[in-house]
Design a binder for this molecule. Structure first.
Ligand SMILES: Nc1ncnc2c1ncn2[C@@H]1O[C@H](COP(=O)(O)OP(=O)(O)O)[C@@H](O)[C@H]1O
Ligand SMILES: [Mg+2]
Length: 266
């Protein structure tokens, strides 16, 4: 997204006027992110469903470390979220790839902290039916990014196309274990400082959802960060299954597979 496309709302302009910033280039989505000393401004195309994200961020404030909403505005085409800046290193920083025990402990503690949050008054539900409805929208409107899927997903050993995958997902719904789910629990969305979580960012799909949704994305993120898929460097000794030792649970590979396949449609 180019910064000439939108006009900053006055309220936000007033707050950030004259402050130095850097433009972020790590994020993948179609957004524009300005990083100030203590704040971050994330601008995205207008999507009414995103207003819930703000409610979820407010709901989580004080329950787990997430950015504070400073100002949220939108116009016909764009939305502008000014929030506090999370400091520390991303969980995919080379330091943590070199110190996997430290990383796995923090990831496991963070997942357990999410699972301990009382979800009764959480303003967003992301159960499998909600996810499948959004997946259907993605498929029917040709929004699935076929350049951003695992090679095997759509292949002669996999699915013919996103329609066939969607049918399979509808017919193979797993059991539901509701928890507070981040929704995109991958290493670049997790910040660490002084050996502890310093914040979770990118809360666009956060809500009450299945426990294995976050585990699956965490598992894939660990695998791809350590095996060289993302950073190029291979860490031979690392095995993503170590996550389950830190979580103290048995892996459910069927549910991991299901949630990774579902994620291919987003
Ligand atoms: N509150 C924040 N604090 C610190 N950095 C942030 C914050 N929000 C976004 N960023 C930075 O901007 C990048 C993109 O933001 P993110 O919300 O993760 O969007 P995307 O959907 O593009 O991944 C992040 O990887 C991070 O570097
Ligand atoms: Mg992100």
């Amino acid at each position: 997204m180019k910064n000439s496309e939108f006009i900053l709302p006055d309220k936000i302009k007033k707050i950030i006027e004259g402050m130095a910033y850097q433009l972020d280039d790590v994020g993948k989505s179609d957004s524009c992110v300005y990083i100030f000393d203590e704040m971050v401004l994330k601008i995205e195309k207008r999507n009414v469903r995103n207003d819930e994200t703000i409610e979820v961020m407010k709901f989580l404030d004080g329950k787990i470390l997430v950015p504070k909403v400073i100002c949220y505005e939108f116009d016909e085409n764009y939305q502008y979220l000014l929030m506090s800046r999370i400091t520390g290193k991303m969980a995919c920083d080379e330091y943590y790839l070199e110190h996997p025990e430290e990383l796995l402990q923090i990831l496991a503690d963070t997942l357990k902290e999410l699972w301990s949050i009382d979800t009764k008054t959480c303003p967003r539900i992301r159960n499998i039916d909600v996810e499948l409805a959004e997946a259907k929208y993605q498929v029917e409107n040709n929004l699935v990014d076929l350049d951003d899927v695992e090679q095997t997903t759509f292949s002669k050993d996999g699915f013919k196309d996103p329609f066939e995958l969607l049918e399979w997902l509808k017919n193979n719904k797993p059991t539901y274990e509701p928890v507070l789910s981040h929704g995109d629990f991958c290493l670049p969305n997790i910040f660490i400082k002084n050996g502890k979580l310093s914040g979770l960012i990118d809360l666009g799909a956060t809500g009450v959802g299945d426990k294995w949704r976050d585990i699956a994305l965490c598992y894939r993120s660990l695998r791809n960060n350590f095996n060289g898929t993302y950073g190029g460097k291979v860490y031979e000794k690392f095995n993503p299954d170590m996550l389950f030792e830190y979580l103290g649970i048995k892996p459910n590979y069927d549910k991991i597979k299901y949630y990774l396949l579902l994620d291919e449609l987003f």
